[in-house]
Design a protein around this ligand. Structure first.
Ligand code: IVH
Length: 684
């Protein structure tokens, strides 16, 4: 008789998970499977069966979740405990040598080892493990705040759900998620057959895949990861350099790139670069350069970070790739702000693995200066994920049939005479209700980073405008389902989806709606800044230009553009209509000016075990009072909060002369945060 006792089921589920995790790792990370796919699938099937029969045994780290769980509602934002950094660039051996020399000088002439890695052209993610279990995965976002994409990352087979060996209680690592080049080609092939828009390159399609609300889509696209840094392991003992750390991470089950190499001299680094410049197309993924990192962590700490770029690492980029093709015609695209942007229509050509049909031509002056003519053979260049550029013509190949280009005198969309403001390079259509401008605005308004109205793709935006269903973005909220259903090719399901998503978009957070309005120069980051200061669109409307310029990160150009936006009656009418529709134009919570908070400008490190709360809770409380919480003690740290068994951080603090708070003092300060904490010496 089959044993179905609780004990048996428990044991069998645990055993299957252990086995499946082990074989997943052998297959996907080590590339060295020891059982057949068939045997693997059988085990997975058995586990799935047991989980269906005993739902109480389902855990978030079960290997069955690889297949993709339920679609997420939308992505929740997460604040990174440590900023996700970017890298400075070198483009030639001289600037690399200059970086190397600068590092050497800063290290008082010491010799230093470096780890060289491939720079993967994908999407940076942060992975947090609690007690060895994947607890959170997030995108980079703006470096400070990203999106929680845990459900999607769980479907990536090379991301361990459960770590092996002896993992620390808390661990954050970062790495690059990417779509292999062959999966990218296959995906685009399928999209072409279905008549869907194509992805420009594996990077874009990878990013699009991770930001899919339905994890099943992520699961179906063969995404991969290379893990390239350890960010935080709490007080857990970890290696003293990056190279050994990568090895340690590998032993925990992470996939680290086998092409990484430890180098000791600049010559070795150059050799590594040249080797990969040559071999990069042999890789199954796109690499756009190499990353060089000073190996020892104490050196990294001494070198520090400037802005968002660590001095201890640099990206040595591969040169852009070029190709020659025919310039068939020059088209004009009217942008969101009315600028007339010329672009090249090319005879399709493959450049570093992607088919290029269009390229940017900047403006009329640039076309004239480079003497680019329609019909010319031109050199085009593609670097990483940027839009390909036309470098210049090959005049020797001219036949005499080529045509010079002239900017149109009338807007190609609305026939309004074009203007070219004094001192500006761009021609503009001055008509604010130009359908092309509005088309761009509507596309922007419904896009992912803005109101995220999924289902309203580019084609539908065009149709809604042509059918005069919307004349302003606010009209979306007054559209009726029946009107949608009258449109050709609009099905019942899509109409429902669009209506639901329009409804859901009414409660997007304030920065999103502000960004969605499409105010010139107000991108996502500026919108974030503004909404840290203003609690509603109405408050922003009342701000003077001077007041806006006073905000860190807002220059006079941005301030002027915001001010002018609110002077336009048409814009105010749109805002009123959005309000009438019930679109949220304010924060849910009251906000305070960060510099008014008592601990503004102070940075804390919490270490050891606190009796009253977890370290995370302590950090949340610090942040609520305006302080920042980081994990490494440096000269900039204002206080170390030391609980039970504080470990090495206490030694560092004592060496650097950082002030140390014991738990009792910390709790006292929390309960009555004195405004005078800036002069802490006297308080203690
Ligand atoms: S290290 C210092 N290593 O490049 C910490 N980054 O321009 C910064 N990237 O956002 C990251 N491969 O997405 C590092 N082997 C690698 C990388 C890598 C790709 C990306 C990463 C980062 C960007 C920085």
């Amino acid at each position: 008789m089959v044993d179905t006792s609780v004990n048996y089921v428990n044991r069998r589920v645990a055993e299957l998970r252990r086995e499946l995790n082990y074989h997943n790792h052998r297959y996907h990370v080590l590339d060295d499977p020891v059982i057949s796919d068939y045997a693997f699938d059988r085990m997975l099937q058995e586990l799935r069966q047991l989980e269906t029969e005993h739902p109480e045994l389902v855990t978030p780290d079960s290997p069955t979740h690889r297949i993709g769980g339920d679609p997420a509602e939308g992505f929740v934002q997460v604040e990174h405990r440590q900023t996700m950094l970017s890298l400075g660039n070198a483009f030639d051996p001289e600037s690399l040598a200059a970086w190397h020399q600068r590092v050497k000088n800063l290290l008082d002439g010491a010799d230093f080892a470096m780890t060289c890695e491939l720079k993967i052209d994908g999407l940076a993610v942060s992975l947090i493990y609690e007690n060895g279990v994947l607890a959170q995965g997030a995108t980079r976002g703006n470096g400070y705040v990203g999106e929680n994409v845990t459900q999607n990352l769980r479907t990536i087979r090379t991301i361990p759900l459960q770590l092996q060996g002896n993992p620390p209680p808390y661990l954050e690592v970062r790495g690059e998620v990417y779509m292999p080049v062959d999966s990218f080609s296959r995906l685009n092939e399928e999209r072409r057959e279905r008549g869907e828009p194509l992805f420009a390159n594996p990077r874009n399609s990878g990013a699009g895949t991770i930001r899919q609300l339905d994890p099943k889509i992520t699961a179906s696209r063969n995404m991969q990861i290379w893990v390239y840094s350890l960010v935080d392991a709490g007080d857990f003992p970890t290696p003293a350099n990056h190279w050994d750390t990568l090895e340690w991470l590998q032993s925990l089950g992470f996939r680290t790139n086998p092409h990484n190499r430890r180098c000791h001299t600049l010559e070795e680094v150059n050799a590594y670069y040249r080797e990969w410049l040559e071999r990069r197309h042999d890789l199954l993924y796109e690499a756009d350069g190499v990353v060089i990192k000073v190996d020892r962590f104490n050196y990294q700490a001494a070198l520090g970070i400037v802005g968002r770029e660590p001095r201890w690492a640099i990206a040595y980029k591969f040169p852009a790739e070029r190709a020659v093709t025919r310039l068939l015609d020059i088209g004009i695209n009217v942008g969101r702000t009315g600028s007339l942007n010329p672009y090249a229509l090319l005879e399709p050509v493959i450049v570093s693995g992607a088919t290029v049909r269009h390229a940017s031509l900047h403006n009329e002056e640039d076309i004239r200066r480079k003497d680019i003519r329609i019909g010319d053979w031109v050199t085009i260049e593609r670097a990483g994920d940027v839009i390909p550029q036309v470098v210049g013509p090959l005049p020797d190949r001219r036949t005499g049939e080529e045509q010079e280009f002239r900017m149109p005198e009338l807007c190609p969309e609305c026939q309004t005479p074009v203007v070219k403001p004094e001192g500006e390079a761009m021609h503009r259509c001055p008509n604010p209700s130009c359908p092309a401008q509005f088309f761009e605005l509507l596309k922007h308004f419904v896009s992912r980073g803005a109101m995220d109205i999924d289902g309203l793709g580019e084609q539908w935006c065009r149709i809604l405008i042509d059918q005069q269903l919307v004349r302003s973005v606010a009209d979306l909220y007054f559209m009726e389902r029946a009107q949608l259903l009258e449109l050709e090719r609009m099905g019942d399901r899509l109409a429902t989806k669009i209506m639901d998503n329009i409804e859901a978009s009414k409660t997007r957070p304030l920065p999103r709606i502000l960004f969605a309005l499409g105010i010139t120069h107000v991108g996502a980051e500026v919108a974030d800044l503004l909404t840290q200061r203003y609690a509603s669109i109405d408050q922003l409307y009342q701000a003077s230009e001077e007041e806006l310029t006073g905000i860190a990160g807002i220059g006079p150009k941005i301030a002027q553009s915001i001010y002018e936006y609110f002077q336009e009656a048409d814009n105010l009418a749109v805002i009123e209509k959005l309000r009438e529709a019930g679109v949220k134009l304010h924060h849910e919570i009251e906000i305070v000016n960060p510099s008014d908070l008592p601990w503004h400008g102070l940075s804390f490190v919490v270490t050891g075990a606190l009796a009253a709360m977890t370290r995370r809770e302590a950090e949340t409380k610090i942040k609520a009072l305006g302080g920042s919480a980081t994990s490494a003690v440096t000269r900039k740290t204002s206080y170390l909060v030391a609980g039970e068994s504080p470990g090495a951080k206490l030694d560092t603090a004592q060496r650097l002369g950082t002030r140390v708070l014991d738990e009792t003092t910390f709790l006292r300060l929390l309960s009555e945060p004195p405004a005078a904490l800036e002069m802490p010496g006297e308080l203690l």
